[in-house]
Ligand binder design. Structure first.
Ligand code: SF4
Length: 402
């Protein structure tokens, strides 16, 4: 079920009309309601909501605890290739940004090495990432990588180029649990300006990727707008509509929303619509109030203090100990030129802000009275005898000390 008709019903002018006559009374009305509509969300996103941030934070905390408990699910990314034939002007992996020499695609034994390192740190949930180079980093290669990772982790998700429904189905058959795919911006003219080459330039095909993933039986679908590309107050209304559309049509899948914020870009791209810390907090709180049941993900793109501040305010998923270069954990570790690590310089997608160790992130989560969750799903639930206790390898939710 395509999202296109929904977004066509809500063109930018219609969204701007929602903001047109708002005032503090609309924010108060939105806060008083239990089920909020799109106009309520606009009120909570609007500058009129700034004096109400504390009230919004309390309500976001209440809703998050009701639906998710005092838990933060942990995951970490594994970049398996930095080859990319697309040209997204804001990205360090783009064909026309970073150098050619530092491109690499991990071999199966190198993927295993990365997995061993992360499994030893306690991770049970990982996100596999690639650029867009489907002729070299083929769906078959990605499928193999999923199979390898499933030997080590309970939950494997991908953040890769958009594929067709049958390919998502094959991935699910290999043990894939989740797909993360950001529309980057829902604003078509901006999308055209910043996506110059590659299949990603096809707006409509990317827009419907999550419908294809949902139809293929992917259990977790995670969307987002890359904040900084366009006016966040417009892009996040479309994101919210998209999340609600996916919840409605793929009720068997858990829908999540990420808030990736552009910080570091190649020299040729200047961020025009930078979202401030305060606005980012406001946007997360407002989205929690509009969609109480969506997972909210905050990555290591953000500073440690900022991430910690958001732990009790609606975030449910955090990455930790991340590297954005292929082989960055064990195979081609930065700055370690010895016989153990086969060092070579490898292009990273972006610089992370939260460079703390996994242990330090776990400590911060606990210090806020929350439990880090390493595993919230077991594939035994998918099996016909999944209700038999003996079929489960361990508890579906695992909270453990490091
Ligand atoms: S955003 Fe993705 S597709 Fe675009 S250049 Fe970067 S890695 Fe390639």
């Amino acid at each position: 079920m395509s999202f296109l008709p929904v977004i066509n019903e809500w063109p930018e002018e219609a969204l701007r009309d929602l903001y047109a006559d708002l005032g503090p009374a609309d924010v108060e009305a939105a806060l008083a309601r239990e089920h909020r509509d799109l106009k309520d969300l606009a009120a909570l996103f609007s500058p009129h909501a700034t004096p109400y941030l504390e009230v919004m934070a309390q309500e976001a905390q209440r809703l998050s605890r009701w639906h998710f408990g005092r838990t933060i699910s942990l995951y970490t990314p594994i970049y398996i290739s930095n080859l990319c034939a697309a040209d997204c002007v804001y990205c360090g992996f783009s064909a026309r940004s970073g150098s050619r020499e530092k491109r690499i695609t991990l071999r199966p034994e190198e993927i295993r090495k990365e997995c061993e390192n992360l499994a030893a740190q306690g991770f049970e949930s990982i996100l596999l990432l690639t650029g867009e180079a489907p002729k070299v980093v083929t769906p078959r290669y990605i499928n193999k990588a999923i199979q390898i990772c499933r030997e080590y982790f309970a939950s494997v998700s991908v953040e890769i180029y958009a594929v067709d429904t049958d390919t998502y189905r094959e991935f699910v058959a290999s043990g894939l649990e989740g797909v993360t795919l950001y529309m980057e911006t829902y604003h078509r003219p901006t999308y055209r300006e910043v996506h110059l080459l590659g299949e990603k330039a096809d707006y409509d095909y990317r827009l419907d990727a999550m419908d294809r993933a949902g139809a293929a039986g992917v259990r977790k679908i995670n969307i987002g707008a890359l904040l900084g590309l366009y006016d966040w107050r417009i892009d996040l209304l479309w994101t919210a509509l998209h999340a609600r559309h996916l919840q409605k049509h793929y009720w068997q899948s858990a829908v999540g929303v990420s808030f990736p914020r552009l910080r570091h870009t190649p020299d040729r791209y200047q961020i025009e619509h930078f979202i401030t810390d305060r606005e980012l907090v406001q946007s997360i709180l407002a989205l929690r109030l509009f969609l109480p049941e969506v997972g909210i993900n905050l990555s290591t793109r953000e500073m440690p203090e900022f991430r910690d501040h958001l732990i009790p305010l609606g975030v449910t998923h955090m990455s930790a100990g991340s590297s954005t270069q292929p082989g960055g954990y064990a195979t081609y570790r930065r700055g370690e030129a010895d016989e153990r690590t086969n060092y070579r310089e490898v292009l990273e997608q972006f610089e992370i802000e939260d460079t703390r160790s996994t242990e330090a992130v776990v400590e911060a989560i606990r210090a806020h009275g929350y439990d880090p969750v390493w595993k919230d799903f077991d594939h035994a639930f998918d099996e016909p005898d999944g209700d038999s206790p003996s079929s489960l390898k361990g508890p579906a939710t695992t909270m453990r000390s490091m």
